[in-house]
Ligand binder design. Structure first.
Ligand code: ZN
Length: 370
C-alpha cells in the first residue's frame, strides 16, 4: 500500500489499517514487489526516434516507451555530431526539461528528462567507437562553455577521455558546476585516469566498452575504474556488449553500491530489425545487435531487461539488481528524492512481478498508461 500526496510518497504501509489524511491518495498494490522508478543516465533514443532529432514527436515517443519499461527519469544523451548540430539539439533538450518544470501534475505521464548527458565531443580518437572522427574535439573550456550555454546549464553528465590535452581543466570546471564527470571512450593509462579522478571525475561510462583493455601489467583506465572506490561505474548488461562473466566480474569489483546500469539504447529499441539512426549516424540492427562500420553502435536494451540480466549474470537477487537501476544512478546524479521508496521521496515507482517484469509504472504518484 503506497500513500501519495502531491507527487510525493507519504508512507509505504503493509495495509491501510490507519486513517488516511485528507488529500492523500492510497494505491493498493497487493503483494507485488514495488521498486523505485528506474533512472537511465545514458540513452540516445527508442521506438524509432533519437533524442537529437529535430522533431517535436521524438521525446514523447521515447518517454512513453521508457515508462513502459519502468524508467521514470532519464538523461537524454547526445552522440558526437557537428558542433552546431549538437548545440541545436542541446537547446531543444533544454526546452523539454524546462517545459517539464513548468508543467502541472496532470500533464501526460511519461519518463521525465532530468538533465543532459554529453557523450563527446571530448573523447579519444583511439576509442571513439562509432562517434564520427571528424566531429571529435579537443577538450577546451571555450567549447564546454558553448555547450553549457546552449543547454542552459542542463548538462548533468559528461563523458570525457581524461588523457586528452586540456581534459583536466574541463573536468575541474564541469565538476565545479555540478556535472557528473564520467570517464570513457578513453585510451588512458592508469595514471592519466587517476589524474582525471583527482580533477573531479567520479564515474566511468559503459565500462569495458570503448576503453583500453585491461592488461595485468598495464592496468589502464579499466584497472582504475574497477578498483578506485571514488568511482561508480556503469555497464550495458545486454549480453552483447559484455560477456555475462564480465558482468559478474564488474559487479564483484564495483559492488552493490557503485554498480550502475545504463541502456545506451538507440532509436532501434522496441523496433524490428532494420536501419535506424544514432545522432547523425546510420546503424543497422540484426538479431539484437546495433551496428555501424562493423562496430557496436549503442544497444536495443531496455532497463527492465538490464535489471533481469544483471541478476542472472552476477548471481544477484532481483532487489539487489534493482538498486543498480534506481538507488545507485540517483546517487550518481545527485537526486536525493529519487531512487528510494521513503516518506518525502518523489512518488516514482514500479510494480514488478517476481521475474522482474514491469507491471505498472507510476510517476509523481500517477500511473503511466501502457
Ligand atoms: Zn552512448
Amino acid at each position: 500500500m503506497v500513500l501519495v500526496s502531491d507527487g510525493k510518497i507519504v508512507e509505504i504501509a503493509a495495509s491501510a489499517a490507519r486513517p488516511v489524511p485528507a488529500g492523500t491518495q492510497t494505491l493498493d498494490l497487493g503483494d507485488s514487489m514495488i521498486a523505485p522508478g528506474y533512472l537511465d543516465l545514458h540513452i540516445h533514443g527508442s521506438a524509432g526516434f533519437d533524442v537529437m532529432d529535430d522533431n517535436a514527436e521524438a521525446l514523447p515517443v521515447v518517454e512513453r516507451l521508457l515508462a513502459r519499461h519502468g524508467v521514470t527519469g532519464y538523461y537524454p544523451t547526445t552522440v558526437t555530431a557537428p558542433l552546431d548540430k549538437t548545440l541545436r539539439a542541446l537547446e531543444r533538450l533544454a526546452d523539454a526539461i524546462d517545459s517539464l518544470r513548468h508543467a502541472d501534475n496532470t500533464a501526460e505521464h511519461r519518463a521525465r528528462p532530468l538533465g543532459i548527458h554529453l557523450e563527446g565531443p571530448f573523447i579519444s580518437h583511439a576509442r571513439k567507437g562509432v562517434h564520427p572522427a571528424a566531429n571529435l574535439l579537443p577538450p577546451k573550456l571555450e567549447t564546454f562553455e558553448r555547450l553549457w550555454q546552449a543547454a542552459r546549464g542542463h548538462v548533468r553528465m559528461m563523458t570525457i577521455a581524461p588523457e586528452l590535452e586540456g581534459a583536466a581543466e574541463v573536468i575541474v570546471e564541469a565538476a565545479r558546476r555540478g556535472v557528473c564527470v564520467s570517464l570513457g571512450h578513453s585510451d588512458a593509462d592508469f595514471e592519466a585516469t587517476e589524474r582525471g579522478v583527482a580533477a573531479g571525475a567520479r564515474h566511468a561510462t559503459h565500462t569495458f566498452n570503448a576503453m583500453r583493455p585491461l592488461d595485468h601489467r598495464s592496468p589502464g583506465i579499466l584497472g582504475a575504474a574497477l578498483t578506485d572506490s571514488r568511482l561508480s561505474a556503469d555497464i550495458i548488461a545486454d549480453g552483447v556488449h559484455l560477456d555475462p562473466a564480465i558482468v559478474k566480474l564488474f559487479a564483484a569489483a564495483k559492488g552493490a553500491e557503485r554498480t550502475v546500469l545504463i541502456t545506451d539504447a538507440t532509436a532501434a529499441t522496441g523496433m524490428p530489425d532494420g536501419r535506424y539512426h544514432l545522432g547523425s549516424l546510420e546503424v543497422e540492427v540484426k538479431d539484437g545487435r546495433c551496428m555501424a562500420d562493423d562496430k557496436l553502435a549503442g544497444s536495443v536494451l531496455t532497463m527492465d531487461k538490464a535489471v533481469r540480466n544483471l541478476a542472472r549474470f552476477a548471481g544477484w537477487s532481483l532487489s539487489q539488481a534493482v538498486t543498480a537501476a534506481s538507488r545507485n544512478p540517483a546517487r550518481v546524479a545527485g537526486f536525493a528524492n529519487k531512487g528510494v521508496l521513503a516518506a518525502g521521496a518523489d512518488a516514482d515507482f514500479v510494480v514488478l512481478n517476481p521475474d522482474g517484469d514491469v507491471l505498472r509504472t507510476f510517476i509523481g504518484g500517477l500511473e503511466c498508461s501502457a
